[in-house]
Design a protein around this ligand. Structure first.
Ligand SMILES: [Zn+2]
Length: 177
């Protein structure tokens, strides 16, 4: 059996365990603790509940927003109740074309997206809609992008029922800034 490394700092123990699968931790209380790598994963059964029409909409090639039944404020990011007056909202279909309201290029991201960096995130605005939708903007380099750029929705096929089922691409030629 290979000799296990004995390490006094726990950060070194973690590094060794990630590389070799096991190490001994010289615990300040005077013990030598065996530390091993133990991967785990779970399947999470997640209900979208009242958000379901948004994800079913993406699967049908439609972006669903919500409109206040009382004051008719229109949300590109759907919500069940109006943030202005508190009344219930109802679903409506957003246009599949909009404009870049603002955007950022991400050079770092969560574990799932790290391998895709750098990528662009845009806040998309739509005619006749009062709030914005955050989505990935593909097919445009940072240097080619500008505020007000026309963009159109592209839907993942087959859908995965995730918010990433929709992204946007430019629908007009890049303009040099
Ligand atoms: Zn309202």
């Amino acid at each position: 059996m290979a000799q296990l490394k004995k390490l006094a700092r726990f950060r070194d123990v973690m590094k060794e365990v990630n590389a070799k699968g096991a190490a001994l931790y010289k615990n300040p209380v005077g013990t030598e603790d065996l530390v091993i790598l133990s991967p785990y994963a779970i399947n999470y059964i997640h209900s979208y509940a009242e958000d379901s029409p948004f994800f079913l909409g993406l699967a049908r090639g439609k972006i669903m927003g919500s409109e206040c039944k009382a004051c008719h404020y229109r949300y590109a990011t759907p919500r069940s109740h109006c943030m202005n007056c508190g009344a219930e909202t109802e679903w409506f279909t957003l246009p599949n074309e909009g404009r870049v309201h603002s955007w950022t290029t991400c050079y770092y991201g969560g574990e799932e997206f790290l391998k895709e960096t750098p990528f662009n995130l845009a806040l998309v605005e739509f005619d006749g809609v009062d709030t914005l939708l955050l989505a990935r903007l593909k097919g445009a380099k940072e240097a080619d992008m500008f505020i007000g750029m026309k963009v159109k929705a592209v839907f993942r096929r087959p859908p995965r029922y995730l918010v990433s089922d929709v992204h946007f691409v430019p629908s007009e030629k890049p303009r040099k800034n």
